[in-house]
Design a binder for this molecule. Sequence first.
Ligand SMILES: Nc1ncnc2c1ncn2[C@@H]1O[C@H](COP(=O)(O)OP(=O)(O)OP(=O)(O)O)[C@@H](O)[C@H]1O
Ligand SMILES: [Mg+2]
Ligand SMILES: [Zn+2]
Length: 522
Amino acid sequence: MYQVIARKYRPQTFQDVVNQEHVKTTLENAIVQNRIAHGYIFSGQRGTGKTTVARILARCLNCIQGPTTTPCGVCASCLEITAGGTVDVIEIDAASNRGINEMRELRENVRYQPARDRYKVFIVDEAHQITSEAFNALLKTIEEPPPWVVFVLCTTEAHKIPATIASRCQHFSFRSVDFEDLMTRMAWICQQENIEADPETLAVLAQAGEGSVRDSLSALDQAIACCGSKLNAAEVRALLGAFSLESLERVTAALRDGDSRRMLEVVDELERSGHNLQHFSRELSRYFRNLLVARIGGPEAGSARLIAASSAQRQKLAEIAAGFSEEDLTRYLQLSLDLFRDLQSSLQPRFHLEIGLVRLVQAGRLLPIEQALADLKNGGTAPRPARPSGGGAPPAPPAGPAAGQPQQQLHAHLSQKGLTHLADAVENSSVTIAGSDLQVVTAKSYKLYFDDKQFAEAVRAVFGRPLRIQVTIGAGEEPAAAMPPAAIQTDDATSRALANPEVRRFREVFGGEVRRVRNLKE
Ligand SMILES: Nc1ncnc2c1ncn2[C@@H]1O[C@H](COP(=O)(O)OP(=O)(O)OP(=O)(O)O)[C@@H](O)[C@H]1O
Ligand SMILES: [Mg+2]
Ligand SMILES: [Zn+2]
């Protein structure tokens, strides 16, 4: 009969347990020093070794050679514990035995000395499911335990264990298992099973487990059932509904280029190839999370502990992350998490995903407020931060002193294109960018030029995004003249505030109108 891999490869000694070094060392020391506690709580993510370590502890205590940190594995006690319990090592599944009667029974059982072994070990799985009366019944036993009793309460939800119980137990938290450790373990298991799997495939399986060894091994079982003894990454990905880094990179490429249309194409392809859109949004948020971590930590950040990916993948993530600011990535992560949440309950997942992805593009066009303020101080007109160009990216604004001065940039572009009439018009007008508006203040005679399609195209080419072109007839050089007249009473405080250069710049960049100026000293 086929035995699932997770069970077949349940570690039988501390040495085989992956990660959880702190747990292993402390328990080994306790065994060596003969300082065994009567109550333990093993808490942590599912499939990380709680039940496994509880059984190993039982073996260490009851092995005929014991107490020992290296149980023999062949004596009756060792063998029976591996097979699932002996008269003296009792596993209780609290999910189905959670009531007061079971605990009373247990309390009875505790009073008797072990039938054969040194200790009576009670391993209570899913301990958080025990009812509170049942916990009360258990409390008496844990308060004054007979010397031969050891309780191990295993739980994924330690906070649900009453404080009265918890305070009488030693508590160990099991960590989710590191990516590299999982990879090593799975590579070893594949070798034992004569399964061929390259590192990329193993990485897909390891990622599927999200830190749970059992879940990764179940994914491996599934892969073997489906693909036989030679696993290949693309097939395994398809099987698990996982997405390759390349498919997620299409999203970041579209973001970099501010290309909403490409986002819609991404969704279309996902739908057509029958991918689960919810799954995709989850992978996408994990992707942004990894990019953010890579961005914050720099190229060396990618320790496998922080980012569950192979070193080649981490390198790639760092490269992509470098093309975005920390703020952008934070915003993308937040938006993708919102998107994932929305998709959970959505009746129209496709529409939600489309909106979500287009929103990401729009969010990338926002100017971080910090930068806008810094630009105000410098007297700049705060154009959108230039994206590093690549692929089909629009031409970046020219570097050097001209960058950030829309008028000069436009003039250079138009002259180069031979559109001298427009170049002239630009030279004799004031051009500023405020948010998504390009404001032109010009003489009446030039106005027509700016309403022209050629000008709109030039703006698009120079700034890489569509800007609303607003043309005002005005004095020409003075940008502040572009502002609509302030429809407010012109008292002293107001005129002083409006004359303030920073306030003026602020209005240029963000637009809007000043409604009221209050003198706080009054
Ligand atoms: N730290 C680990 N090292 C090696 N294998 C592990 C580890 N943790 C889990 N496994 C594998 O996963 C299987 C399940 O582990 P175990 O039953 O100990 O998990 P658990 O933490 O008790 O999970 P749950 O909370 O779901 O009960 C084991 O049979 C073993 O194959
Ligand atoms: Mg368990
Ligand atoms: Zn033994």
